[in-house]
Structure formats: C-alpha cells, structure tokens
Design a protein around this ligand. Structure first.
Ligand code: ACO
Length: 370
C-alpha cells in the first residue's frame, strides 16, 4: 500500500471512466457527449439535453415527441408520497423533504432492483418526470399551501416553473429557467455524482443512489451554495455595501459563497458566464439593476482580493430570484435538473460496474490489547 499515492479529498484522482461529460478547463469547455454544454444551453432545450445524456444522442423529431410523451405519462406522483412529506417536522429543509420523498418513491417501484436497459430507462423517466412536482410541492406542503398538479399542456420547464410560482411564465422567463436547468444538468464527477455511482456500484437501486446524491448536494460547499449566495446578496442590499460587506468577511477568513471550485480554481466557470448573461437579459426586462450591479461588483472584488472566479451558483442565485423562485427551492431545483446527469451516470455504472472500495492511510495506534 505504501507506494499508492494518497490525495486528500481525492483531488486530481481519476475515479471513473465515463462517456457522459468532461470538464476541459484549459479550453474553458464543458463537454457533454461531444457537445459544448453552453452551446447546448443556448440552442436546444433541457429535455433534448436530458435525452442526449440518458440515450447518448440528441433526439430527432420523432424521438423527441416520444420522449416528451413518456415524460407526461410518468408525471403522476402517488398521493402517499405527499402524505409522507406532510408528516415531516416543521423545520424540515426542502432537500431533506426531497430525500425522503425519493426514498418513499422507491417503495412504489415493483421492479426496483432490475438493472436491464429497459427498466433503468423507465426508472429514469419516472425520476425525471416526477421531480418537478415533488420539488415544487415540497415548498407548498411546508407552507401549508395546496398541492399543484402538473399541467400537461406546458413544456417541461414552463410546467416546472408554473408549479413553483403558481403562474404560467412568459417566454423570457421560461427560456431563462430552461437554460438554468440545462447548465445544472450534468457536470462530470462532482461529489453528488460520485456519491451516486459509489452507491450504484454495490448494485443498490437507482433511487437509493439518488437519495445519497441529494444528501451530498445539500451541503453548502456543493449545491447548497446557491441559497447562501442569495442570502448574502439580500444582506448586502445595495451596490455600495458590497465592498465593506465582503472585505469584512474576508478579514474574518470566511468563505465567500459562490466563489471558487475544485476544478475551475484558476479559470472561469463557463456556466457562470452564461448565467451572468441570462441575469443581464432578465434585468433588462424586469428591472433590479442594483442586483446585477451588486453581483458584478462582488465578482470584481473577489477576483481582485483572492484571484477567484464565480462558480455557477453565484449567478444562478439572482436568476432564480428574478424568476420569483423561493430561496428554499434553489438547491432542490439544482438537484431536479441534475437528475438527468445522475440517472445517466447510474445507468453507465450498472453497464460497466466495478465496486468502489478504496483503502486508507491508517493513522491510529497498533498492537494495543484489551
Ligand atoms: N472564499 C474565500 N476563499 C476561498 C474560497 C471562497 N469561496 N474558495 C476557495 N478559497 C481559497 C481557500 O481559502 C484556499 O486558500 P488558501 O490556499 O490560502 O488556504 C484556496 O482558495 C483553495 O481552496 P480549497 O478549499 O483548497 O479548495 P477546494 O477545492 O477544496 O474547494 C470549494 C472548492 C469547496 C468549492 C471552495 O471554493 C468553496 O468553499 N467555495 C464556496 C462554496 C461554493 O461556492 N460552493 C459551490 C461550488 S460549485 C457547485 O457545487 C455547483
């Protein structure tokens, strides 16, 4: 064991083979099955990207139609799932509600443990199709509001946003939300995806793999950062407050949420660049110029002081805000969008499985006796 290199946090370690995605940091490109994620986000919709990730190719017109039909057919969430969510305590974090709902959903799958292509496709459809209703209603349940059911007449993103806000979004809002879902859809091997494939590698079921991924994504060093960013922006209030607020945090050696990334430490996150543009476009129609100015000032200051770039969560947070999404839902929506990448990774893991079982660098005592 002595000659095996140890890398805390598995930094720089190649942990898996995948044909799904790759972060080409040098060329500032996120490769998704051969395509550039940012180009996909600007040219095709989230559902097409989901199909690409799960099946391996972009759908033709017929495949797209059949895929959207399947998503509609699988939309219904068993009432018992909502009953389980309603039984949770008053201080429930919505990521914990989502984690519990996914766990409960597994118990309604009569072919839970089958790993063949057809069955894991069906399970992927179930997860992708039910996620908007589960996520949106986790908020309504917690706030004692009526459950909102999916509207099959709307496309995936418009329906998702409508179930959250209660109103049909206009085209600009729907497009911005769809782009947000797309940039969150897949990102190579973050902690949550790693968690999911580690669980899948024991041949545990797909739902269980995603339940683990929810717990991982909840953390503020990962998906939870988007909620923290918005709280920080609201605390700063005005562009004039950005400098004193952030300088004070830096003086106290606090981490600034929405900055830095294990892989992009020295390069911009291309997703953040696109979300910044999306924010600019939303501000042009909805106002809130101050919010945009605060974000830009914060970006400039942290780059000046720490040399760090904003990550996706930094600009996704104000985009959510302008779309009237409640802050508690920012991380659950990140997870909902990532479902497509996660189920694709789990399917890939089942198809080429090798159990994950690393070793340790033992630092404890030896030769003790009771
Ligand atoms: N604020 C202040 N300093 C930072 C930040 C930050 N957000 N991020 C990194 N640094 C500094 C560290 O203090 C460290 O400096 P030092 O070498 O002087 O001690 C250096 O940059 C390297 O930081 P590490 O912690 O070693 O980097 P790591 O790869 O472990 O962390 C992480 C990556 C967790 C994302 C980190 O940048 C962070 O905490 N960011 C804030 C949380 C956040 O935005 N998370 C979202 C990630 S993106 C996503 O999940 C979609």
């Amino acid at each position: 064991m002595a000659d095996v290199p140890y890398s805390p946090g598995l930094e720089g370690v190649i942990a898996a083979e995948t044909s799904l995605s790759y972060l080409d940091v040098e060329h500032e490109q996120i490769v998704i099955r051969g395509y550039d994620l940012i180009e996909l986000a600007t040219k095709v919709d989230y559902v097409r990207v989901a199909y690409l990730l799960i099946s391996g190719h972009l759908p033709d017109a017929e495949e797209y139609q059949s895929f959207t039909k399947q998503l509609t057919a699988f939309q219904a969430v068993p009432q018992q799932i909502y009953a389980v969510m309603e039984a949770l305590g008053p201080s429930t974090h919505l990521m914990d509600s989502l984690r519990t709902a996914l766990s409960a959903l597994a118990t309604f799958d009569s072919a839970l443990d089958r790993k063949d292509e057809e069955n894991t496709w069906r399970q992927s459809m179930t997860l992708l199709a039910t996620m908007p209703a589960i996520v949106a209603n986790s908020y309504h349940i917690k706030n004692h509001q009526p459950i909102i059911t999916p509207d099959p007449a709307l496309n995936y993103s418009s329906n998702f946003l409508k179930m959250i806000t209660g109103r049909i979004p206009d085209d600009i809002e729907s497009r911005a939300f769809d782009q947000l879902l797309t940039v969150y859809s897949e990102h190579e091997m973050p902690n949550s995806t790693f968690t999911a494939i580690v669980i899948a590698s024991t041949l545990s079921d797909m739902y269980g793999a995603l339940v683990g991924a929810v717990a991982s994504l909840k953390g503020t060093l990962h998906g939870g950062a988007n909620e923290a960013v918005m709280k920080m922006l609201l605390e700063m209030k005005t562009p004039g407050q950005v400098e004193p607020y952030l300088m004070n945090k830096l003086a106290q050696k606090e981490r600034i949420m929405g900055f830095g990334h294990r892989v992009y430490m020295k390069k911009p996150d291309p997703r953040a660049v696109l979300m910044k543009e999306s924010l600019k476009q939303l501000v042009a129609v909805k106002g809130h110029e101050d919010l945009y100015d605060m974000c830009v000032k914060g970006e400039e200051l942290i780059h000046r002081e720490k040399g760090l770039f904003p990550n996706l969560d930094y600009y996704a947070a104000p985009v959510y805000y302008l779309l009237d999404v409640p802050i508690d839902l920012y991380t659950p929506i990140f997870f909902a969008a990532r479902t497509t990448g996660l189920v694709a990774h789990v399917r890939e893991q089942y198809a080429h499985n090798r159990l994950f079982r690393p070793r340790v660098l033992y630092t404890g005592p030896r030769d003790l006796h009771p």
